[in-house]
Design a binder for this molecule. Structure first.
Ligand SMILES: [Zn+2]
Length: 303
């Protein structure tokens, strides 16, 4: 009898879509994935955004409210590549939701779908809080977002089969608008080629790689380690010998060290949104790149 029950339940589970009625519930680790889910999911997906644009996505507290959201999620969408190593595994374990564990359709790590930069030859704790699977900040190249959008729309279709056609159609519309925008952004940003950036963290590497800019130096001494005054002094003399064009402060970076460095070197400091909501203008994914390029261009024209 017991055996019969198990088989019956399994067969029933197989015949049911993962999302039985109503909206699919998605848990987005960062604002960029919440924004992409909204583009693709429209009113069929209820999106919960776990972090704010001013929050450092490397360092998030695994609060009970996040655990409760993850427990109810049909799909978890994060950057992956260990960006969330300090909090996502804790949430996954505490929530105990089998549908969203690694390897399940409900677990989607965006960076798995694109070519990662900064993959280290070796990983050594002495190198700091390094990302061993390469740089996880993949969303700042819009060409990556196009690839991820297609993969994510397929995943939504798998999880919520009733609305599969809807997600495919939403992605087609998004891709059309997105590729036209990429062309426009590339045209608008031609003057940024060769620009030498100082960033707090190497989170602008995909942006730099896309637009042909250079990451000349980072304000943090090692990934995840705030700069000491000794490191800042060294950076200052390095920039005096080999100047950079712009100091970038992302919305989630602390402002003091970039401001100090800007004052000492005379290099303009530009605040970039980093993600959706990071500035007032970065209202959605389109606004994120519009505003990023606008701000870089106006910093360069001022200097
Ligand atoms: Zn990082």
């Amino acid at each position: 009898m017991r055996r019969f029950t198990v088989v019956f339940c399994m067969a029933l589970a197989c015949s049911l879509p993962a999302v039985a009625h109503g909206e699919a519930r998605a848990f987005a680790c960062e604002p960029e994935w919440a924004a992409l889910l909204e583009e693709l999911g429209g009113n069929q997906v209820a999106v919960y955004q776990a972090t704010s644009p001013k929050q450092d996505p490397h360092r998030v507290e695994a609060r009970p409210s996040l655990i409760a959201r993850m427990r109810r999620a049909d799909l978890v969408v994060c950057s992956g590549s260990d960006l969330e190593i300090g909090w996502l595994p804790v949430l996954l374990q505490a929530a105990g939701n089998r549908e969203v564990q690694p390897g399940q359709p409900g677990y989607f790590m965006a960076s798995d779908y694109v070519r990662r930069l900064d993959v280290p030859d070796r990983v050594d704790r002495a190198m700091g809080d390094v990302h061993p699977y390469g740089n996880p900040h993949v969303h700042l190249d819009p060409r990556n977002l196009a690839i991820i959008a297609t993969a994510l729309s397929k995943r939504l279709a798998e999880i919520d089969r009733e609305n599969a056609d809807f997600y495919v159609a939403r992605n087609a519309t998004f891709q059309e608008r997105w590729s036209a925008s990429i062309e426009r952004w590339e045209r608008e940003a031609t003057g940024l080629k060769g620009l030498r950036l100082v960033t707090y963290h190497r989170d602008a590497i995909y942006l730099a790689n896309w637009l042909g800019m250079d990451l000349a130096a980072t304000i943090e001494a090692k990934p995840g380690i705030p700069p000491s005054s000794r490191h800042l002094a060294k950076l200052l003399s390095q920039l005096e010998a080999e100047p950079a064009d712009v100091i970038v402060r992302m919305a989630y970076n602390e402002p003091k060290a970039p401001a100090w460095l800007g004052e000492k070197t005379g290099i303009p400091v530009v605040e970039l949104p980093y993600t959706v909501g990071g500035t007032k203008q970065a209202k959605d994914l389109f606004g994120l790149f519009d505003d990023t390029i606008d701000r870089l261009k106006s910093a360069v024209s001022r200097s």
